[in-house]
Design a binder for this molecule. Structure first.
Ligand code: CTP
Length: 209
């Protein structure tokens, strides 16, 4: 009831993408963990607190053309959360037993009814291209936007700028440092071009992004 395991992500990149999609006329559902950002305009916002809740919300909203997984979901969770505050006792350190959280992107990527375009992120400290390529293949993702956690000596978390290595099954493209809004707009242009190029695909048949 008092302390929790969190992470350093601000949610700014995900919110900027949701906003850019809505500005381009997409019907957008934003499934968001706990952040302090204001909801973007014209976006249906679903707030969640745990990886399980996020997975359930994604399952409920799976019937979409495109999914973009930008959340920094924790990889581990406490096996049994405490009902009462953990008190210091006898100078003994508590042992926190961890279990894995569901990998939501991987679950979506491999789902038989997966959206047509599945996009993920990869936050890396080392071997960015190799790790991101492995992640793309392992999770069955169409596009990965990889970024270095440290950019120009500063952490990308809570920053207003980002620098991306874009990977698809045929392309590797470097996106120079830019605002998170500009990165979002660039991604949305690409998504838009992708759907205009897929012959015979009716974007209207599904509800939203
Ligand atoms: N992701 C997810 N569910 C998780 C963990 C990650 O959906 N439990 C998604 C993120 O939203 C992101 C992608 O998977 O789109 C990669 O996340 P990242 O933190 O870079 O990598 P991990 O999958 O956690 O792998 P590793 O810790 O080995 O880098």
């Amino acid at each position: 009831p008092v302390r929790f395991i969190g992470n350093r992500s601000s949610g700014k990149q995900g919110y900027a993408i949701a906003s850019a999609c809505a500005e381009q006329g997409a019907s957008v559902c934003l499934i968001s963990g706990p952040v302090t950002l204001e909801a973007p305009l014209n976006v249906r916002l679903i707030k969640v607190e745990t990886a399980q809740q996020m997975k359930q919300a994604c399952a409920d909203e799976l019937n979409v053309d495109c999914v973009i997984c930008a959340a920094a979901v924790a990889d581990w969770q406490i096996k049994q959360t405490a009902n009462s505050k953990l008190k210091k006792s006898n100078n003994k350190l508590p042992e926190l037993i961890l279990t894995e959280t569901p990998d939501i992107l991987s679950w979506i990527g491999q789902h038989p009814s997966r959206p047509k375009l599945v996009i993920g992120f990869a936050a890396e400290t080392d071997s960015i291209k190799k790790n991101a390529e492995d992640k793309r293949a392992r999770k069955n993702v169409d596009w990965i936007l990889a970024n270095s956690v440290i950019q120009s000596g500063k952490t990308v978390f809570n920053s207003d700028i980002n620098e991306i290595l874009f990977l698809s099954n045929t392309e590797v493209e470097y996106w120079d440092t830019d605002s998170k809004q500009a990165i979002a707009q660039k991604l949305v242009r690409r998504i838009s071009n992708y759907f205009s190029d897929v012959r015979g695909y009716d974007v209207q048949k599904k509800d939203s992004i």
